[in-house]
Write a protein that binds this ligand. Structure first.
Ligand code: NAP
Length: 289
């Protein structure tokens, strides 16, 4: 494989999180740099909350082109940045930081990645009604981006005892005041509201960790009679590639897609922000997804 030599002009991009050793990001980004002949390199650094401030100061001083953040750093980065994109500000979390002049600006590409994967799966976005399960990081990014992209109604189901419940109510208010989207937040156990929301939705999204390996027998939708063939069903989980929810939905005649392409497209958007170039996603998808 032809590698671009690392030279005195090579620009550094990287991932800060803990753990990071399993990440696909260096493979995706470095392969895309190689294909496009771009003088960048992408590395992973195992940096948790204790070392984050020092690491960010160091990267800024060294003139990084930008970096990604994963657990536990997506919210802890906020006070260390000079500015935020509109979606990152609404989401309240950042997964991509770009050096713009001397400033570090935070973006969130998770929601963009999900919406791109939904469009690719044939989902129509403007004016649509979506039902979203969960109120954590992935759910918030998707809710904000769906609203910014023109979804007209979002029905979000969260457990009232959830550590994210109050935050979901607050985010729903912010989305309502910042976009034209109607946002309803329901108790996860309200099956009547869920049935009603699903009967009016074109897309159901599981943005909880329910069904993720090793709990592969669990599904966020226990009553499979709620899954009608008119519904497209998405799971942000990609391990396993077909969760119980997606298996049940496919059996019910629904179109389904998992979180693999959300992962691909959030990386592609970060790549575009770092370099100004489009990632060759078809090649990257074939090779790693
Ligand atoms: P998170 O912030 O911890 O949120 C997890 C959500 O799942 C919370 O709303 C939590 O609610 C809910 N949940 C967990 N167990 C539940 C249960 N038994 N019943 C109902 N709700 C339950 O995690 P996250 O970062 O959003 O990640 C969520 C999932 O998305 C993970 O599987 C992760 O791997 C995946 N993900 C995928 C991508 C991608 O690119 N495809 C990107 C990010 C995340 P409670 O507070 O009530 O527990």
């Amino acid at each position: 494989m032809n590698q671009i030599p690392v030279t005195g002009t090579t620009r550094l991009t990287c991932l800060l999180g803990s753990p990071v050793s399993h990440s696909l990001s260096p493979l995706m980004h470095n392969e895309a740099y190689r294909i496009l002949g771009l003088d960048y390199v992408y590395l992973c650094f195992d940096v948790g909350e204790d070392a984050l401030e020092e690491a960010v100061k160091g990267l800024k001083a060294c003139g990084t082109a930008g970096f990604n953040l994963t657990m536990p750093n997506k919210t802890r980065i906020l006070p260390l940045l000079d500015g935020l994109s509109k979606s990152a500000e609404l989401i309240g979390a950042v997964n991509t930081v770009v050096r713009e002049g001397s400033a570090l600006i935070g973006y969130n590409t998770d929601g963009i990645g999900f919406m791109q994967s939904a469009v690719e799966a044939g989902v129509t976005v403007p004016g649509a009604v979506f039902t979203l399960m969960g109120g954590g990081g992935a759910a918030t990014a998707i809710a904000v981006q769906a609203a910014l992209d023109g979804v007209s109604e979002l029905n979000i189901f969260v457990r009232p005892q959830s550590r994210f419940y109050a935050r979901t109510l607050e985010k729903a208010d912010r989305i309502r005041t910042s976009t034209a989207c109607r946002v309803n937040v329901f108790d996860h156990a309200d099956t009547h509201a869920l049935g009603d929301a699903l009967s009016r939705s074109t897309l159901l999204i599981n943005a909880t960790s329910v069904g993720m390996s090793p709990d592969e027998d669990a599904s966020i939708i226990e009553d499979i009679s709620l899954l009608s063939p008119a519904l497209t069903v998405a799971d942000v989980i990609y391990h396993p590639p077909r969760t119980k929810l997606l298996q049940d939905a496919a059996s019910a005649g629904c179109r389904v897609f998992n979180g693999m392409h959300m992962l691909l497209y959030q990386g592609a958007e970060a790549f575009r922000l770092f370099t100004g170039h489009d990632m060759p996603v078809d090649i990257i998808r074939q090779k790693y997804f």
